[in-house]
Design a protein around this ligand. Sequence first.
Ligand SMILES: NC(=O)C1=CN([C@@H]2O[C@H](COP(=O)(O)OP(=O)(O)OC[C@H]3O[C@@H](n4cnc5c(N)ncnc54)[C@H](O)[C@@H]3O)[C@@H](O)[C@H]2O)C=CC1
Ligand SMILES: CCCCC/C=C\C=C\C(=O)C/C=C\C/C=C\CCCC(=O)O
Length: 262
Amino acid sequence: MRLENKVAIVTGGAQGLGKAFAEELLKKGAKVCICDLQAAEGRKVVKDWQQRFGRHSSMFVPCDVTDHDSFQNVFRTTKSRLGPIDIVVNNAGIGNEGDGWQRTIHINLIGVIEGTRLAVMYMSKEEGGKGGVVVNVASTAGLTPVFNTPVYAGSKYGVVGYTRSMAANPSIHEVGIRFTCLCPAYTDTTMFKSEKIDDLKKVDSNDPLVQMVMKAGVNTIEDVANGFMQLVETDNNNGGVMTVTKYKGIQYRHGKPLTNKL
Ligand SMILES: NC(=O)C1=CN([C@@H]2O[C@H](COP(=O)(O)OP(=O)(O)OC[C@H]3O[C@@H](n4cnc5c(N)ncnc54)[C@H](O)[C@@H]3O)[C@@H](O)[C@H]2O)C=CC1
Ligand SMILES: CCCCC/C=C\C=C\C(=O)C/C=C\C/C=C\CCCC(=O)O
């Protein structure tokens, strides 16, 4: 897909991976709407982008992806201000495990399903849209057991299964949307830093969590953004599940993408 003048929505785009994904799209000439719970940060980021990429390059809409009306408003506003939507990146995610674990499922899995359904409503050729690509951000925790975060891992397994099943639709050519899944391993963002692995390492470098992180390595944000851009720009990867790990780089999992005909 050529990105010049394409219109993208990135959820959870005020910081971390979502912000980096949006910025890479802007560098290639796309127009981007980021949405996020963090309104002040989101507005600040967009103000900077408008100076660097042009006044009409980007916009921020406050949104909680667990709130249907608020999420639908993002799609409505993006279409009316930037034009028909081509790319949807369902990236917003959290890692609550104890009290509040249900919110992890609501944001990480139900929020992604909600965003994908809205993408189909706005982008499907069967609904008068232009087609395009959906990137659902899961994790390697959606492909391999992670003992310390079972709810988070369960939410991400759900994202992988849901996305692959959407891609397996026999009428995919009429829909005209590629459904893809991005699965990074540990990546150096606020979410990862909140795990305080370095502190844990000082106390006990044999701790099983420390061992797991050391084995997997820690991606830079740029490593993952490179994989993201490859997923978006490659036209024949419907159903593709891409992992990005420090020790093996960018790989497609589950063998070949389900169909390469879109
Ligand atoms: N950092 C890591 O090690 C990895 C992260 N991921 C996934 O990548 C995605 C992005 O994570 P990071 O950038 O690391 O995290 P982050 O915590 O830096 O950024 C997440 C963003 O999502 C927003 N957000 C959270 N809940 C929201 C909601 N209900 N509605 C709208 N926005 C909401 C936050 O305000 C924040 O701006 C997540 O889905 C995460 O699970 C996947 C693998 C590894
Ligand atoms: C309560 C959950 C908080 C965790 C949030 C912090 C970081 C998120 C990281 C991930 O999503 C990645 C998680 C696990 C990776 C696990 C193993 C990597 C193995 C890679 C491989 O097998 O190739």
